[in-house]
Ligand binder design. Structure first.
Ligand code: HEC
Ligand code: HEC
Ligand code: HEC
Ligand code: HEC
Ligand code: HEC
Ligand code: HEC
Ligand code: HEC
Ligand code: HEC
Ligand code: HEC
Ligand code: HEC
Length: 325
């Protein structure tokens, strides 16, 4: 661990350099937000000397009840109030001091503010390190270290508040999507467009598609975007397999034609007209990418919705040109 701590800045520098390299030299579709390297958030090294700890009951004597001193009370009402957070472990894992560190000096000093850890003015890394070694386990949080959030100094306590949560569930500071909109203004704007996934209406949630705690995939997606599994969770009918696949769906994914959040175009399409969308890949002349539009498609058909005839655009079991499902 000590070794890791020392090499941490170096690891960061390498990661930063690698990301720059990606962004400048290989401008791929994903270079904007490749998930970070398996950079681990540092863990807080809890002192193990039991004599440094006093126990929550002692904290209670000064931090109970009055409006500004309600820290014991709200702690007692929170999911963190379990007599022993883990009975197998020592004092450093118990009660207030599991997060605030050893309190003896603070108490001996009559409440000396300089002798106790506070979450004010510390980096997201430092604050999160106090939470992670209890919460790193399981798929949900294991990758917080590589999340775009932590790498941009957004930590656990930006979204959760152990003492003053506004939401009863999960100690949230704010409910979704307001919590997210607080920082993601552009996303907020996208969900106000005429056609949108009904996130604001409570039907779909940000975390249906994203893991706010990070993961291995671009955009902190819950499942791969390019393979569309993030969309198949709900749109199972689009998953296929079809006898005749539309390669656009299979290779480039749903977001080659749709915007995931919101759009001013019906069906969340990226273009105002279906035709313009199709013509992005299918030209009137032979092209390397997608098959050219046959010559009998008169030029004026450019203005006739392609999907009038090619209705089963996501794939078909009966027509190689997607005329019917
Ligand atoms: C003898 C009374 C007393 C005891 C016991 C006590 N505190 Fe305090 N604590 C104080 C006082 C006084 C302050 C300063 C409050 C203020 O300025 O608003 C304080 C402040 C704090 C702060 C905030 C520091 C800051 O910079 O604002 C934390 C965190 C804290 N205490 C945690 C604890 C914990 C954890 C325990 C138990 C291990 C504990 N306290 C036990 C009296 C006490
Ligand atoms: C699960 C971790 C956790 C536990 C357990 C915990 N706290 Fe806190 N405490 C925090 C965090 C995080 C903050 C920052 C404000 C917030 O998010 O609510 C905080 C804030 C405070 C503050 C205000 C000063 C500051 O740092 O902002 C005091 C005082 C305090 N806690 C006292 C206590 C006492 C007393 C107990 C036990 C009764 C306790 N805490 C238990 C995590 C914890
Ligand atoms: C960007 C905001 C955000 C950050 C940062 C964040 N969380 Fe969360 N967390 C959430 C949301 C939203 C949920 C609710 C997810 C749900 O409803 O399934 C949640 C749920 C949880 C839960 C309860 C559900 C579960 O899977 O166990 C825990 C525990 C938790 N977070 C801990 C943490 C810890 C520890 C950190 C820091 C390492 C952290 N969170 C960082 C937004 C965040
Ligand atoms: C000593 C271990 C420990 C530490 C440190 C710790 N937690 Fe927890 N946390 C727990 C336990 C135990 C629970 C309750 C059991 C559960 O839901 O898994 C819990 C529950 C939670 C929940 C879910 C609440 C719910 O409604 O289900 C959130 C969110 C959370 N912790 C966030 C944090 C944050 C943020 C920090 C750091 C400021 C933190 N925890 C520090 C052990 C810890
Ligand atoms: C239906 C699934 C879905 C929902 C719901 C969703 N997102 Fe996304 N989001 C995506 C996909 C897919 C991308 C990747 C788009 C791309 O790469 O072009 C993305 C991209 C993003 C990005 C990266 C910037 C961008 O616009 O490309 C942010 C930030 C983001 N989403 C935040 C949110 C927030 C906040 C919410 C909830 C208010 C939310 N998302 C709800 C699927 C979703
Ligand atoms: C405290 C501010 C803050 C909050 C709250 C917050 N985010 Fe973020 N989020 C950021 C920052 C900063 C980044 C990294 C820069 C960027 O991509 O915009 C980021 C990145 C992301 C990304 C990855 C974007 C990419 O390009 O890879 C997604 C997805 C995302 N956030 C979703 C959410 C969701 C969902 C919530 C609510 C549960 C949320 N965020 C809450 C600040 C925040
Ligand atoms: C959590 C479930 C869920 C996920 C995940 C999801 N969707 Fe949806 N989607 C819906 C629902 C529900 C509707 C119905 C829209 C409505 O009536 O509000 C919908 C509607 C749509 C529509 C049609 C909109 C219209 O105007 O008719 C498109 C296109 C779409 N989704 C694409 C996607 C794509 C692309 C993804 C993956 C990035 C995705 N969806 C992921 C639930 C989901
Ligand atoms: C080649 C472009 C393209 C791709 C790729 C694509 N779609 Fe579509 N999608 C369309 C068009 C065009 C429409 C509108 C059809 C119409 O107007 O009749 C549509 C309509 C929809 C609708 C609403 C109508 C319906 O059929 O239910 C949903 C939902 C949808 N798409 C989901 C998805 C999902 C999920 C994926 C990824 C598996 C995806 N689409 C990939 C072009 C595409
Ligand atoms: C992202 C690029 C892309 C977009 C957008 C796109 N396609 Fe395709 N399309 C392809 C590719 C690639 C193939 C498969 C070529 C192959 O299988 O050899 C294909 C195949 C087809 C075929 C079957 C041709 C054959 O011979 O197998 C039809 C018909 C078709 N597309 C119609 C459309 C229509 C209509 C639209 C607009 C709604 C559209 N495409 C949008 C890339 C695209
Ligand atoms: C009036 C009906 C109609 C409309 C509208 C239409 N198509 Fe077609 N399309 C056809 C027919 C008929 C075929 C030939 C089917 C066959 O070969 O069996 C075809 C074949 C295709 C093929 C396959 C070419 C190949 O070499 O396999 C592509 C690609 C295609 N159309 C794209 C488009 C695009 C893009 C649009 C919109 C600009 C469009 N179509 C509009 C009727 C239509």
């Amino acid at each position: 661990m000590a070794l890791f701590k020392k090499s941490f800045p170096a690891v960061r520098a390498v990661v930063a350099a690698a990301l720059c390299f990606l962004a400048v030299v290989v401008p791929t579709k994903q270079s904007r937000g490749e998930p970070g390297s398996p950079q681990k958030a540092k863990f807080y090294q809890r002192p193990t000397d039991a004599s440094l700890y006093v126990g929550s009951e002692v904290c209670k004597s000064c931090h109970e009840d009055t409006p500004t001193k309600d820290f014991y009370k709200n702690y007692e009402a929170s999911p963190h109030f379990v007599t022993t957070m883990d009975s197998k472990k020592g004092a450093q894992w118990q009660g207030c001091e599991a997060c605030h560190g050893p309190g003896k000096e603070h108490v001996d000093g009559g409440g000396d503010k300089s002798k106790i850890f506070t979450f004010k003015d510390v980096s997201a890394q430092e604050a999160s390190a106090r939470c992670l070694d209890c919460h790193q386990y399981g798929e949900e949080h294991a990758n917080f270290g590589r999340s775009a959030h932590l790498q941009n100094n957004v930590g656990c306590t930006d979204c959760h508040s152990p003492h003053h949560a506004k939401e009863s569930q999960f100690l949230m500071k704010e409910k979704e999507p307001q919590l997210c909109y607080g920082c993601h203004l552009e996303t907020k704007q996208q969900f106000t467009r005429t056609f949108h996934h009904r996130v604001n209406e409570g039907l779909v949630r940000c975390d249906d598609c994203h893991n706010p705690h990070g993961g291995f995939l671009v955009r902190q997606a819950r499942a791969t975007i390019s393979e569309d599994t993030v969309c198949f969770k709900c749109h199972t009918d689009k998953a296929g397999p079809f006898v005749f696949e539309h390669q656009a769906v299979k290779i480039e994914g749903c977001i080659s034609c749709h915007t995931p959040h919101g759009s001013s175009n019906p069906r969340l399409l990226k273009r105002s007209q279906v035709n313009l969308l199709c013509l992005e890949c299918h030209s009137l002349t032979v092209d390397a990418g997608a098959p050219a539009i046959p010559t009998f498609h008169k030029q004026d058909q450019k203005y006739q919705a392609c999907t009038l005839c090619h209705v089963a655009i996501h794939g078909s079991n009966s027509s190689n040109v997607f005329f019917k499902p």
